[in-house]
Design a protein around this ligand. Structure first.
Ligand SMILES: Nc1ncnc2c1ncn2[C@@H]1O[C@H](COP(=O)(O)OP(=O)(O)OP(=O)(O)O)[C@@H](O)[C@H]1O
Ligand SMILES: [Mg+2]
Length: 473
C-alpha cells in the first residue's frame, strides 16, 4: 500500500487509466458509428441480393426452367450466409422456403408486397437481441407460376459485428500490454532522478557533503538536480566554515589560556623572581584582553548571523569621537612606535547621524589594523572630509595588501599573511566592520599598494540639524 504512494506508481496508474479511458471512449464511438455503417451496408447488400433473386426467378421461369433448378440456384446464392428466402403464392400462403427456417415472417409484409406490386417493403428489427433485416418483393413473370412474392430474411449482421468486436478487444489488450510495458519503463525513467536525489540527500544528511547527483536531463528535474548540487556545495562550504570556525576559535582561545595557565603555575610555584612579576602580569593582562576581544567579536558575529545586531543612530560629534579613540589607543601607538595623526579639513567639528558605539568599534578596528601592519616610525592617519557626506579614511604606510587578497579580507577568519598576523588577530575585525557599515547603508572601500600602504574609506551622513545649528553659531 505504501508503494502506491510513490510517484512511480502514481505515474504508472495514471498513464494506464488514461489509456483505458481513451480506449473506452474509442470503443463507444466505434460501436455507435461503426454499427450504423454496418447496418446500412448490410441493408444495401441484402436489398440488391433480393433484387437479383427476383430477377433470377423471373428470368428462369420465362426461360422455362423447373422450380428445382431455381431453388437449388437460390440455395447456392445464400450458402454459408445467415439468410433465407420465403416464397408465397397470390393468396399470401407460404409455398416453400430456402435456407434457415427459424424466422417467423409477418404476413403483413407479404400482403403489402403483393398489393403494391412494385416497390419492395423492407424493415429491420431486433428479434431476440439480434438485428434482423426483412425485405419483400413481388415476382412478375410471363409464365404462369405460383410464386408471386418473395421475402428475404437476413441476420448475419450480429455475427460479423461480434467478430469485429472480438478483434477490437484483442487489439486493445495487445496495445494495453505493450503500452503498459512502455509506461512502466517511462515512469521508471522519469522517477529515476528523484530516487537518485533521495539517495544523495540521505548521504548528505549523514555528513557526506562531497556527494552530488548525476542528472543529465535538461528539464525541470535537471534544473532541480542542479539546484540540489548547488545546495550540496553550499552545505559543504558551510560545513567547512563550521569546522574552520571551531578550529580557529579553539586555537585562538587555547594559546592565551595555555600561556596564562603556565604563568599562573609559575606564580604558584614561586619560580618567578619579584622583578619579573610585573612583566608576566602585563603579558597575562594582554592575553586576557585578547580573549575578551575575541569573545566580544564572536558575540557580534553571532548577533550579525541572527540578524540581531541593531544600530541606534544618534547625532554625535565624529571629530570628538576620533580624538577620543586615538587618545585611548595611545599605548598601542607607543608600543608599536607609530605616529597617529587626525587630519580634518575643517577646523569645525563634524557631526554625523550614526550609532556612536558601533562607529567607535569600526574606527578602533581599522586603526588597530593600521597600527598592527605599520612598521615602526611610520604614521597612521585618520582623515575626515566633509563633502555631501562625511568621508572617513584610515591610512597607514605599512606593507599593503596584495591585489589577489583584497577580495577576501572581509571574510571571517581571513588573514592575508597567516604567518605574520597569527599572533595578533583572528580575522574577524573587518567582517564586523563591514556588517556595521552595511547596517548604516555605507560602503567601505579599500585602496592598497604593496610596499606603500593601505587606506580604508567609508562615508557617514552629515547630521543636518546639527549642521545648521553650528553654522548659525
Ligand atoms: N591596514 C592593513 N594593512 C595590511 N593588511 C591589512 C590591513 N588591514 C587588514 N589587513 C589584512 O586583512 C586581514 C583581515 O583583517 P581583520 O581585521 O579582519 O583581521 P585581523 O586584524 O587579522 O584580526 P582581528 O581584527 O579579528 O583581530 C588581516 O589579517 C590582514 O591580512
Ligand atoms: Mg583587525
Amino acid at each position: 500500500m505504501l508503494r502506491i504512494k510513490s510517484i512511480f506508481w502514481k505515474l504508472l496508474i495514471t498513464y494506464i487509466l488514461i489509456l483505458f479511458v481513451s480506449l473506452f471512449v474509442l470503443a463507444i464511438a466505434y460501436h455507435l458509428l461503426f454499427l450504423n455503417d454496418l447496418i446500412n451496408k448490410h441493408r444495401n447488400a441484402d436489398r440488391s441480393q433480393l433484387e437479383e433473386a427476383v430477377q433470377y426467378i423471373q428470368k428462369s421461369y420465362n426461360n422455362g426452367w423447373s422450380r428445382e433448378i431455381i431453388v437449388s440456384s437460390l440455395e447456392l446464392s445464400i450458402a454459408n450466409q445467415a439468410k433465407s428466402f420465403y416464397l408465397y403464392d397470390e393468396s399470401g400462403t407460404l409455398l416453400y422456403q430456402i435456407g434457415d427456417a427459424s424466422f417467423h415472417v409477418n404476413r403483413e409484409i407479404v400482403r403489402k408486397a403483393l398489393q403494391k406490386k412494385q416497390p419492395t417493403h423492407e424493415l429491420s428489427e431486433k428479434v431476440k437481441g439480434q438485428h434482423i433485416f426483412i425485405a419483400a418483393s413481388p415476382i412478375k413473370t410471363n409464365a404462369p407460376i405460383e410464386e408471386k412474392a418473395i421475402v428475404m430474411v437476413s441476420s448475419g449482421l450480429e455475427k460479423e459485428f461480434n467478430h469485429i468486436k472480438y478483434l477490437f478487444l484483442l487489439a486493445s489488450i495487445i496495445s494495453i500490454a505493450i503500452t503498459s510495458l512502455f509506461t512502466y519503463y517511462l515512469s521508471k525513467r522519469i522517477t529515476a532522478p528523484l530516487r537518485e536525489m533521495n539517495r544523495v540527500a540521505l548521504q548528505i544528511a549523514r555528513g557526506q557533503f562531497d556527494q552530488r547527483v548525476k542528472i543529465k536531463t535538461r528539464d525541470e528535474l535537471g534544473k532541480l538536480g542542479e539546484t540540489f548540487n548547488y545546495m550540496a556545495q553550499e552545505l559543504a562550504g558551510l560545513d567547512q566554515m563550521r569546522k574552520d570556525f571551531v578550529a580557529n576559535v579553539s586555537h585562538d582561545l587555547r594559546s592565551p589560556l595555555t600561556s596564562i595557565h603556565g604563568f599562573v603555575r609559575a606564580f604558584l610555584d614561586d619560580t618567578i623572581p619579584g622583578e619579573r612579576k610585573r612583566h608576566y602580569y602585563t603579558i597575562m593582562k594582554e592575553q586576557t584582553e585578547r580573549m575578551i576581544k575575541l569573545v566580544n567579536d564572536l558575540l557580534d558575529i553571532a548577533r550579525i548571523e541572527a540578524g540581531q545586531l541593531e544600530i541606534r543612530p544618534a547625532i554625535f560629534n565624529l571629530s570628538e569621537l576620533v580624538r577620543q579613540v586615538v587618545a585611548r589607543m595611545e599605548p598601542e601607538f607607543v608600543k608599536k612606535q607609530v605616529n597617529a595623526e587626525v587630519i580634518s579639513e575643517k577646523t569645525q567639528d563634524i557631526h554625523v547621524l550614526a550609532d556612536p558605539d558601533r562607529i567607535d568599534q569600526v574606527i578602533v578596528n581599522l586603526i588597530q589594523n593600521a597600527v598592527q601592519f605599520s612598521s615602526p616610525d611610520s604614521s597612521v592617519e585618520v582623515i575626515l572630509k566633509k563633502q555631501e557626506q562625511v568621508v572617513v579614511s584610515i591610512r597607514d604606510y605599512g606593507p599593503g595588501i596584495r591585489q589577489e587578497d583584497i577580495q577576501f579580507i572581509w571574510d571571517r577568519f581571513y588573514k592575508a599573511d597567516r604567518a605574520r598576523t597569527k599572533k595578533t588577530g583572528t580575522g574577524l575585525g573587518l567582517s564586523i566592520v563591514r556588517h556595521i557599515l552595511d547596517l548604516h547603508q555605507s560602503d567601505i572601500q579599500v585602496e592598497s599598494e604593496v610596499g606603500r600602504g593601505t587606506i580604508f574609506t567609508f562615508t557617514l551622513p552629515i547630521a543636518q540639524n546639527k549642521l545648521k545649528k553650528n553654522e548659525k553659531e
